[in-house]
Design a protein around this ligand. Sequence first.
Ligand SMILES: *Cc1c(COP(=O)(O)O)cnc(C)c1O
Length: 459
Amino acid sequence: MTAQMNLRAWVDRAVDEISWWQRGFGEVPPHPDAVVTDADFAVAFGELLDRLRDTYPFHHPRYMGQLIKPPHPAAVAGYLAAMLLNPNNHALDGGPSTTALEREAVARLAAMLGMPDALGHLTTSGTIANLECLFVARETRPGAAIAHSAQAHYSHARNCHLLGVRSVPVPVDRVGRMDLEELEALLGREDIGTVVLTAGTTSLGAVDQIHEVLELRRRHGFRIHVDAACGGFFALIADDAPDGVASAPFQAIAECDSVVVDPHKHGLQPYGCGAVLFADRSVARFYRHDSPATYYTSAEPHLGEISLECSRSGAPAAALWLTLRLLPPTPDGLGRVLRAGRRAALRWSELLSESPVLSVYQRPELDIVAVVPNAPDMSTVDQRTMRMLHEGMRSAPERGAYLAALDVAAAELRARGHPVREDAPRARILRSVLLKPEHEHWIERCHGEIEELARRAAG
Ligand SMILES: *Cc1c(COP(=O)(O)O)cnc(C)c1O
């Protein structure tokens, strides 16, 4: 096995080289009022490290709860090196090098999503990136409503509320994708300026049929925004292969007006890294503003002139650039990382379909797997889910299972072939995300242990 890079050595090198460069401007002794001694630091830092242990093992394949994992060591080294300088990617005067790195990294994301000429930038999060797209949607189609699926991320309805735009939820089909007959009926009835499609819902990883909505757009003339915060990187394995995902919706992203992807989800990045892309570069006009104190070092547009955020760290750009330099967003680069998680999800789905105590809620479309504890009625499903969730997290560290819960309706369970008596309208089931390639080699073992939890929850 090839050894992973030695993070400690590279962090040392970053500290050495950056302080060497800084000393080149002449030695600056620290101001005595800001001096912290190593002795004082040791005490406070010890306390911090202690407190940081109160968390979940995001790094471990046993952790499958939320879309969280530690960043790749390359991203950590890149982030730390840039953070020592603390550039601000708002304007070129705040960070010329990291602005260039951001442009290059964003261009790679744009190429990955089939929008090589897109206008784009990084954001602090997917929520802010989506807000920018809905803002541009409102400016482009003033007065019209915005439609999104009922399973779209909650932030769309809230962002619309913030923007003073009416948002209309569209019901979903039997696998959690926007129901296109419902969409068509809505388009016939109301002035919908923009349809938000989700490429990978946060709860189930369901991918809306973007390619089919293109067809509807020809007839109705709306804009399409794709929220690929969660699923965007799956474009790298959208090849219809047995361990890939469906190609048609991902290929269709190239024809859409805007798209959001979160490198801090499947892109191996630390938090603080979303990205937004617009097919039509002229939307920059909606962002136009004056800032008397900045924008003086260049006549080129600054990233802050096409962004709703002002100060924004340049470190995420450095981290993303460095990561993509090593694991490029291609099928053979980062695609292999995604494929391992995808294989783990498919394998688990198979194991679940043979299990006497658990069932797979629906076939996973990406790497999110929802699991139903077998039980005769809704309230027992809910009770067993919660017992398993709590028991899994209370187990010894080397036996634990860290899962999350998903609230579903009886009709949704029945539509997927789970025969449960409706003694309660809703129940929680288990939801997991196989975000790490390491899951591939752990899933059989984790499955056995999760089955064991299910048996105890039923006993
Ligand atoms: C995570 C997510 C968001 C929100 O992104 P943040 O980076 O958490 O702000 C939006 N949409 C979808 C589909 C997501 O999965």
